[in-house]
Design a protein around this ligand. Sequence first.
Ligand code: GUN
Length: 298
Amino acid sequence: MTTANIIDGKAFSETLVARVGEQAGLLAEKIGRPPALAVVLVGEDPASAVYVRNKIERTTTAGMRSIEHRLADTTSQADLLDLIDTLNDDDSVDGILVQLPLPPQINEEAVINAITPDKDVDGFHVVNAGRLATGQDALVPCTPFGCLLLLRDCLGSLSGLNAVVVGRSNIVGKPMAQLLLKESCTVTIAHSRTKDLQAVCAAADILVAAVGRPEMITGDFVKPGATVIDVGINRVPAPERGAGKFRLTGDVHFESAAAKAGAITPVPGGVGPMTIACLLRNTLVGAARRFDAGPIDI
Ligand code: GUN
């Protein structure tokens, strides 16, 4: 039985994209062109192709310019770095996103750190990670920023709350912890080596699951009334839908967690749509900063 408030990330993201679109229109009047996002896809990874298609579609929906670069999976690191240099130097490009993962001949860290920090709309560059960690203006990774917007909308002030982030990736876990710390939460980062993970999670007022293991966080891990944010998107077999069929599920076992939580994000329709909305927001923020067009409060 579901008792929790189901957090509608899809609806929230649509409102956010509409606001970004309005502000992008105003910025376009000031700088003489719409903000522009360059997306680079190397290779044919099917999941990446879907993500990139969605990013491109949403960018144009928000009235921004989308620039696509599709490279063969045999592309060398030197050629990819050359493309990034060109995009760094191109004044008509405001944001650069290189879809991860990259093929094995390319070092992801080298590529991420080759993007000029002011165009790093993923917020993965070491300069942006450092700015976030030290409380300076940063481009913040999109998925954790999207989670934060949902949490603020759901709870108002987060000050003093016990937050547990399960997962320590550079893309989600670490920046999520930094953002929650900035909101004056008491933050624990848990991971695969954490002792008694269930007890650690069960003390959380805010529980963020970003482990990449389908339905690992069950109701037994959830404090009654807690707010549960499920970052996972896992494709698992669904024989009940027919032979060879799949379904999407999160890192949280939705039914059991929803019976205990005060509020919970579903999968799909929770965190997922927020990531792209925040990417567009970052592109807008990056463009406004580069052209000194005043702060964007979104
Ligand atoms: N691959 C999976 N998630 C992401 C993301 O947020 N940004 C990029 N660049 N690649 C990803």
